[in-house]
Design a protein around this ligand. Structure first.
Ligand code: COA
Length: 260
């Protein structure tokens, strides 16, 4: 499928979604959000896709935020609707039961930082910069920043970033746990792909179940989340993949998972 503002390709089950507005630092305007929503749906429906890398075109920015030019005319109800629509699209990526990795190739500010946080894992280039500068615009993050940032880095660190609008470098992002790893810029896509493939090599049903357990379990009481975990554990115990994985261990060979 062709998109107006995205590049989309799939190689051996790994989809690469590239936000392609480099002259505007890949800012999220209505067209990008619409395309991202369609891409999330396409990835969810395609059983041949088993992993996703989300990145930005050019060497300067992953995404420099919501398109500020589009914000200037919005009223209260448009603003709320815009935030909810964006939240639903980001949630669609977070909710995918295939690993989604943000390859952060430069500025990830505002909605860009929020989009990276909605991905399951974040690999940053050493040139990446992160921040939630909305307070500088008289706004607060509208695509999940006040919700996901405290959950990822802790409330105190999140509040400092949210309240000051400070921009931090990749090393600081790694130190506070905002990203999983930092790599040299020229290695970014290879490292993101290697990480994706290291997940795609595992039992496919097990990977799906981990994503489901953590995604749904995060919203539940501990008792309900433990019940979900044990139920998924029981379900996996009935799969050929589980039998193959355990047998391969005992036979000291690599498992050949088939996803059933
Ligand atoms: N929305 C709309 N346009 C944006 C944008 C955004 N969030 N971020 C960058 N752009 C545009 C600039 O207006 C400029 O367009 P122009 O060439 O037509 O003038 C182009 O992208 C390049 O950006 P520029 O600001 O010239 O680059 P820079 O290297 O001087 O600064 C940033 C880079 C990221 C520090 C700066 O662009 C910035 O602060 N962006 C806004 C970040 C932000 O507040 N995001 C949260 C939005 S809610």
């Amino acid at each position: 499928m062709a998109y107006e503002t995205l590049l989309f390709d799939v190689t051996s089950g790994l989809a690469r979604v590239t936000i392609n507005r480099p002259d505007k630092l890949n800012a999220l305007n209505g067209a990008v959000l619409r395309d991202l929503g369609e891409a999330a749906g396409a990835v969810a429906r395609d059983v041949g896709i088993r992993g996703v890398i989300l990145t930005g075109a050019g060497s300067k920015a992953f995404v420099a935020g919501a398109d500020i030019a589009e914000l200037t005319t919005q009223g209260p109800m448009d603003g709320k609707a815009r935030a909810q629509a964006g939240q639903a699209i980001f949630r669609a990526f977070e909710h995918l039961n295939k690993p989604v990795i943000a390859a952060v190739n430069g500025f990830a500010l505002g909605g860009g930082c929020e989009l990276a946080m909605a991905c399951h894992l974040r690999v940053a280039s050493d040139t990446a910069r992160f921040g939630q500068p909305e307070v500088k615009l008289g706004l607060l993050p509208g695509y999940g920043g006040t919700v996901r940032l405290p959950r990822i880095v802790g409330k105190g660190r999140a509040l400092e970033l949210l309240l000051t609008g400070a921009i931090i470098d990749a090393a600081e992002a790694l130190r506070i746990g905002l990203v999983n790893r930092v790599v040299p810029a020229e290695r970014l896509m290879d490292e993101a792909e290697a990480l994706a493939r290291s997940i795609m090599d595992q039992g496919p049903l097990a990977v799906r179940s981990v994503l489901e357990a953590v995604d749904a379990g995060y919203e539940m009481s501990q008792a309900d989340a433990l019940l979900l975990e044990s139920t998924l554990f029981g379900l996996l115990s009935s799969t050929d993949d589980m039998r193959e994985g355990t047998r391969a261990f005992l036979e000291k060979r690599k498992p050949a998972f088939e996803g059933h």
